[in-house]
Design a protein around this ligand. Structure first.
Ligand code: CMX
Length: 131
């Protein structure tokens, strides 16, 4: 479905620490874990669509987010087909894009972020899965 929720990103200082709550206490399993060097984060995707994000560098947007606001909800990701065209249409409609062109995110998906000031304070990520 177009613009269905793909995952919800939560910024954490340490994935290992966060897993004590999400996995040990809530009982969720990790379906996939990887480092995304381009975004300077390590991600652990849980089976229910929660994505834990740990910064791998002080320069990471996630490190800056945690420094400013503390751990917590970081972004909402929506699925789209034809991401490049969707971005052009959003730009034409006056939406403030962080990424004007798709880049590569976790799992090799095409991703792009929209600025929170265009989305009522929420960082929105669009993703296009290629499989
Ligand atoms: N959600 C909501 N608002 C956010 C935010 C977030 N995640 N991150 C920053 N903001 C707000 C700040 O609070 C600030 O608001 P005010 O101007 O009202 O104070 C404003 O956006 C600017 O924030 P900043 O701290 O000055 O930071 P920058 O402008 O340097 O960067 C942003 C902000 C959103 C452009 C940057 O964090 C970014 O490019 N994010 C997208 C990339 C990203 O987050 N990657 C990690 C995820 C990786 C993955 O899922 O694979």
């Amino acid at each position: 479905m177009s613009l269905a929720i793909d995952h919800i990103g939560i910024a954490v200082k340490s994935i290992a620490d966060a897993k004590k709550f999400w996995c040990d206490q809530l009982g969720l399993k990790v379906s996939h874990e990887e480092e995304v060097p381009e975004q300077k984060v390590r991600v652990a995707i849980l089976e229910n669509g929660i994505e834990l994000l740990e910064p791998t560098s002080p320069e990471s947007p996630v490190a800056k987010f945690i420094e400013k606001r503390g751990e917590g909800l970081h972004h909402v990701t929506l699925q789209t087909g034809n991401l490049a065209d969707r971005l052009k249409a959003l730009k034409a409609a006056g939406v403030d894009l962080i990424d004007e062109k798709p880049r590569v995110g976790a799992g090799g998906a095409g991703i792009a972020f929209l600025h929170p000031k265009s989305a009522h304070g929420v960082l929105v990520e669009l993703c296009e899965h290629h499989e």
